[in-house]
Design a binder for this molecule. Structure first.
Ligand code: ADP
Length: 192
């Protein structure tokens, strides 16, 4: 059983899931939130890009814009969550990305208090990704990542929306970055 101290500690943790399509600005806003609440930004995209250098199977998958196998993602994620700096909370950027990952998240008791969903129109996403020029930001791969997002991550967004947790939907376009970041932080603090 949890001790009262453990329980109090968990209550004060700020645990956030950032969710949204490719180019929605998840990592940009995660950095603001991470700085504001002093919690680590746990970014599976960067973790997988790192793994890609050492793992040819992962490299092939990512070059197509497809999702990395769940066991590899879970291993990297659990190692990262095991570090001491997650005591105050964390922000998960890029996980869970499909229903299977959401199920595993629950099984492994990876907690979250807030879900921040960044809603951006497809037109704006294509504009942003084309301008960004990351290795996997080529038109064909972008199209595939968008397709994967809709099919795999769309149902996860619907699940979160229905859940009892604090679901924060933000229209992440048409305003400058700093004001959108301030909107998100304001919503989180408002909900307590
Ligand atoms: P974006 O949000 O622009 O798609 P990310 O940096 O979040 O970019 O992810 C880049 C790639 O990393 C994805 O296309 C996928 O191949 C891999 N990846 C990231 N997170 C996950 C995850 N949770 N499960 C499986 N693959 C992932």
């Amino acid at each position: 059983m949890k001790s009262l101290r453990q329980f109090m500690e968990e209550l004060s943790m700020v645990t956030i899931v950032m969710i949204g399509g490719p180019g929605s600005g998840k990592s940009t806003y995660s950095k603001y939130i991470s700085g504001h609440f002093d919690i680590p930004h746990i970014y599976t995209g960067d973790m997988m890009r790192d793994l890609q250098k050492r793992d040819p199977e992962v490299a092939k998958i990512m070059d197509r814009g497809d999702l990395v196998p769940i066991e590899k993602v879970m291993k990297a994620l659990k190692d990262r969550l095991g570090k001491d700096d997650t005591d105050n909370g964390y922000i998960l950027d890029g996980f869970p990305r499909n229903m299977k990952q959401l199920t595993r998240m629950k099984q492994e008791n990876i907690d979250y208090k807030y879900v921040v969903y960044l809603n951006v129109s497809e037109k704006e996403v294509i504009k942003r990704l084309t301008a960004r020029g990351r290795k996997d930001d080529k038109p064909e791969i972008i199209k595939n990542r968008l397709k994967v997002y809709e099919k795999e991550t769309g149902p996860v967004v619907n699940e979160f929306r229905k859940s009892q947790r604090r679901f924060i939907e933000i229209k992440a376009e048409g305003k400058d970055e700093k004001s959108i970041a301030a909107d998100i932080i304001g919503e989180i603090e408002k909900r307590g």
